[in-house]
Design a protein around this ligand. Structure first.
Ligand SMILES: NC(=O)c1ccc[n+]([C@@H]2O[C@H](COP(=O)([O-])OP(=O)(O)OC[C@H]3O[C@@H](n4cnc5c(N)ncnc54)[C@H](O)[C@@H]3O)[C@@H](O)[C@H]2O)c1
Length: 425
């Protein structure tokens, strides 16, 4: 059934079910409901969590197919989902796909919706295939690791709009009620005109997986993907992109013109730390002269902080991303005091509502591509040591990583050196 007719079908059956609810026994109503078949592509921690949230969001949803590069990751996710969700998450062996082509096999297996949660390097290709096949998509952040990938994501977002299929991003703070209320206040003028934003993402390093003898270079890098810029984009793109997204939000999604940055690695050492930096400091410049600043750091034994400090002409706002308790001072003081539901769950509730046709089709394409791009812009300014223009990075020919995927030898890319590393490389 085509997506459009399926949406109409869901709408019609929901309406029938609503009328029938007063007159028919529950088994008869359930018979008329069509399951939403979910395909999970990238069965790791976040993917398994997102699949779970999707099942919470929609009692008619089932996990239909699973795809992962590695058998053990797929098996472990399948078993967690089965333990937590029972029959609705039991996927038969013939719809469990392993390897580099697993994403396409999941898409072709008859799913209505896919969850894209591999390392971000693979996202543009997976997203393009899913949108082309008219699937609804939950697409984790970041959406790409280079300008080439972002251009592909922009094209996919445009196609999803044309197809009227849902495209939701994993920029989850955009779905947190406290954040929505706060940014409504900010963009509604509560602190006057936004003059500048300073955001921090200071945290500890993420996990590493010690190399096993049986692993090829490729497998070892993929299993330790957060430590390789070609796979994860470096931590400014992989993790601090949430803060970049909130800068983007506070600036009303206006595109910055350029960025300058510092960055390097002070505390990462050994082969398992790959080629990524452990700190960045970025200044984004806007056409009207405003600046936004981002500091991010992944180091042990240091001060941790994940705040946004927004300065307006008439007050300030501090957004604590970890507690989700924004406070506005100056002019008329304001503090968020509403509910704080799990934002990851809110995302899937809204996505399934849209899939059922109960709300407007979601397309997060513009901000998800731009926030990813801004994070890449900051990284490239630090890697090259130059002042770099947004459009030059977006249009750069750089395509990080190997051009063909196979398990075998793969040299670790060098640690980028400011003053030497080129934008097009
Ligand atoms: N929104 C959030 O707050 C949030 C939180 C955590 C992670 N994430 C994002 O989710 C994504 C996944 O992160 P994670 O923590 O689940 O990592 P993970 O390593 O636990 O999971 C990634 C999975 O993808 C699989 N994989 C790798 N390459 C693949 C390929 N080519 N095809 C199919 N499967 C492949 C891996 O084997 C693994 O099972 C990342 O982009 C990360 O930034 C977002």
């Amino acid at each position: 059934m085509s997506d459009i007719t399926r949406r109409d079908f869901v709408k019609t059956t929901s309406a029938v079910a609503a009328v029938a609810a007063t007159t028919l026994p529950s088994w008869a109503i359930q018979e008329k409901r069509e399951p939403v078949k979910i395909g999970l592509i990238g069965c790791g921690g976040r993917g398994t969590g997102a699949a779970n949230q999707s099942l919470n969001a929609n009692e008619d949803a089932v996990i239909w197919a699973l795809g992962d590069a590695f058998q053990d990751r797929l098996t472990s996710s399948a078993s967690t989902l089965k333990d937590e969700k029972g029959d609705r998450a039991v996927v038969p062996m013939e719809r469990r796909f392993v390897g580099f082509n697993a994403f396409q096999q999941v898409i072709d297996s008859g799913v209505d919706m896919v969850i894209l949660t591999t390392p971000p390097h693979f996202r543009p290709a997976h997203l393009a295939a899913a949108v082309k096949a008219k699937k609804h998509v939950f697409c984790e952040k970041p959406m790409a690791v280079d300008g080439t990938g972002v251009r592909s994501v922009m094209a996919s977002a445009a196609l999803a709009k044309e197809n009227d299929t849902n495209l939701m991003s994993g920029f989850c703070w955009r779905y947190a009620p406290a954040m929505r209320a706060t940014y409504d206040q900010i963009l509604g003028g509560k602190i006057g005109d936004v003059r500048s934003i300073f955001a921090t993402y200071y945290t500890t390093p993420l996990w590493t997986k010690p190399r096993k003898e049986s692993w090829s270079d490729m497998e070892w890098q993929m299993r330790n993907w957060v430590h390789f810029d070609w796979l994860g984009g470096d931590h400014i793109v992989e993790q601090a992109c949430h803060s970049v997204d909130k800068i983007n939000w506070g600036m009303n999604n206006v595109t910055p013109v350029s960025a300058t940055a510092v960055g390097g690695r002070e505390m990462r050492e050994g082969p398992e730390s790959g080629n990524v930096y452990d700190h960045f400091g970025v200044v984004y410049e806007y056409e009207d002269g405003r600046r936004a600043h981002l500091h991010c750091r992944q180091m042990p034994f240091c001060y941790n902080d994940n705040n946004d400090y927004i300065t307006g002409s008439n007050g300030t706002c501090v957004v604590n991303s970890w507690t989700g308790s924004p406070v506005i001072s100056g002019g008329t003081d304001w503090e968020y005091s509403g509910e704080q539901p799990n934002m990851y769950q809110v995302e899937h509730n809204e996505l399934h509502d849209a899939i059922r046709g109960n709300r407007k089709t979601i397309n997060d394409g513009h901000f998800m591509a731009q926030s990813t791009m801004m994070a890449i812009l900051g990284r490239e300014a630090a890697y090259t040591g130059q002042k770099v223009a947004y459009n030059d990075v977006l249009n750069s020919t750089t395509l990080l990583g190997p051009t063909a995927y196979k398990f075998g030898e793969l040299a670790v890319p060098p640690v980028p050196t400011p003053g030497e590393t080129k934008l097009d490389r």
